[in-house]
Design a protein around this ligand. Structure first.
Ligand code: TYD
Length: 130
């Protein structure tokens, strides 16, 4: 992990407005995607990225992100709307929520590239040890 990074949040009577100034990130995003409509009994992720850096931002609902660096697991909670986490490459991750209406935004440093993924855990361990 690089650590938590809060977005700008502007609340008023009309609701919440969440802002990500790309200049506040350590890299300029090339892509954004959004996780929603979750089956709360299932986990997403279960992969690692070799190069990709990401900024996870909870827009709705509580999300749990678990990371394995090859030695130990770290658990991060993104609670409610407007909680953000910068994630470095080389970490196995598992993502879940208990809110079927939860929305998690993900800003990514690179375009989608399947070769950047490691989707097999034992392959990830071998890659970390190599
Ligand atoms: P996947 O990476 O398996 O989801 P998760 O983030 O939960 O591990 O992606 C699901 C599908 O969406 C898979 O077929 C790849 C595709 N996909 C894209 O085409 N572009 C993207 O930017 C992303 C993140 C996924």
């Amino acid at each position: 992990m690089r650590g938590y990074l809060a977005p700008q949040i502007h609340n008023d009577a009309r609701g919440r407005l969440t802002v990500v100034e790309f200049a506040d990130l350590p890299w300029v995003p090339k892509r954004a995607y959004f996780l929603s409509n979750s089956d709360v009994s299932l986990t997403r992720g279960s992969h690692a990225h070799k190069v990709l850096e990401q900024y996870f931002l909870s827009l709705q609902g509580d999300w749990v992100l678990r990371f394995f660096d090859g030695n130990s697991w770290t658990e991060c909670e993104l609670t409610g709307g407007g909680s953000g986490l910068l994630v470095r490459p080389g970490l196995w991750r598992e993502i879940s929520t208990d809110d079927p209406h939860g929305v998690l935004a993900v800003f990514a440093s690179q375009p989608y590239s399947e070769p950047d993924y490691i989707r097999d855990f034992s392959e990830f361990i071998d890659w970390k040890n190599s």
